[in-house]
Design a protein around this ligand. Structure first.
Ligand code: C2E
Ligand code: MG
Ligand code: MG
Ligand code: MG
Length: 287
């Protein structure tokens, strides 16, 4: 048994997603190419303030269009980047594109806050803080408008080290959000230990709000938890109007989901924000 244990691949012990095991190895070469030739793009998904209907934020999501296989979902290539030690490089590409889009919007009064996803496993040392500092220096950007969504927070092994790195980035002015809150990858201990400004309620609960009393109870208590501990609450995965109305009743501050808007190219978001501001109704989702 000991011998068998020794040959077990490391990723079987640490990874959550089973699709990581059937990666097509010819894709690896194209992923390397995509990373080094600046082929990783972002889409921005608007976040709405539920009281006003305004677009107040946008989440940057990594996009990779491979010429042979088409659009590859981030859940596939992010795991692969991690396995081959290129997650920081991916983050650098995504961060650079995200900051470009913030710069493109920054002169306007309608400029939303922008968030991006970074895996918590990158917070085991301060390298990620150096990377972020390097990227933001010399740009016409207010770091207060940038939020880092920490994903896979259950994989944090050392809260002291993670907190040190987070605090360093917070000193620049950036905010921190805990992503997918309430499922295996994000738990209460993590909220207790780390200085988050925002929680994102996982779409497992939001998707079941209408039909499940339990999902409503959980969502309601997470909204209360956020409020009582001074965090902004964002609901993800709103797919219909009934869910949106329920979230308003429960007092949720912000929402994002296909019903409100899909993730869209940055230039489309800019056009959307411009057209909403030009209209009489401002940036409302009704109208
Ligand atoms: P996430 O951060 O929780 O992002 C939300 C995901 O839900 C996105 O999927 C988004 O397209 C999708 N979504 C939004 N609204 C709805 C809805 O109403 N219904 C449904 N069914 N889905 C909705 P996407 O873009 O495929 O990203 C998946 C995950 O990959 C992200 O989940 C995030 O964990 C990770 N990811 C994406 N970009 C990056 C990145 O640049 N770095 C890292 N580390 N992770 C990333
Ligand atoms: Mg996210
Ligand atoms: Mg999420
Ligand atoms: Mg998710």
């Amino acid at each position: 048994d000991r011998a068998r244990e020794a040959y077990r691949p490391v990723f079987m012990i640490t990874d959550f997603q089973s699709d990581k095991e059937d990666w097509d190895y010819s894709l690896q070469t194209r992923l390397e190419h995509a990373l080094s030739h600046d082929r990783i793009d972002i889409a921005l998904q608007p976040q709405f303030d539920l009281a006003s209907g305004d677009i107040v934020g946008a989440e940057a999501l990594a996009r990779w269009f491979d010429e042979e296989q088409g659009q590859i979902p981030p859940e596939r290539f992010i795991g692969q980047c991690e396995r081959v030690g290129r997650l920081d490089e991916l983050t650098e590409r995504v961060l650079s594109k995200t900051l470009d889009s913030i710069e493109a919007m920054s002169a306007n009064e309608w400029a939303p806050d922008v968030s991006l996803n970074i895996s918590a496993i990158q917070f085991a040392d301060e390298g990620i803080a150096d990377l972020i500092e390097r990227q933001i220096v010399g740009r016409a950007i207010d770091p207060k408008g940038v939020t880092i969504e920490l994903t896979e927070t259950a994989r944090i092994e050392n809260f002291v080290l993670a907190r040190r790195t987070i605090e360093r980035i917070k000193q620049l002015g950036m905010k921190f959000s805990i992503d997918d809150f309430g499922i295996q990858t994000a738990n209460l201990e993590t909220i207790y230990e780390l200085p988050f400004d925002e929680i994102k309620i996982d779409r497992l609960f939001i998707g079941n709000l209408r039909q499940s009393t339990k999902a409503r109870a959980i969502t309601s208590s997470l909204i209360g938890l956020a409020r009582d501990s001074g965090m902004v609450c964002v609901a993800e995965g709103i797919e219909d109007n009934a869910t949106l109305e329920l979230l308003k009743e429960l007092g949720c501050e912000r929402a994002q989901g296909y019903f409100l808007s899909r993730p869209i190219p940055p230039k489309d978001l800019i056009n959307l924000l411009k057209s909403r501001t030009d209209g009489l109704d401002g940036r409302r989702y009704h109208g």
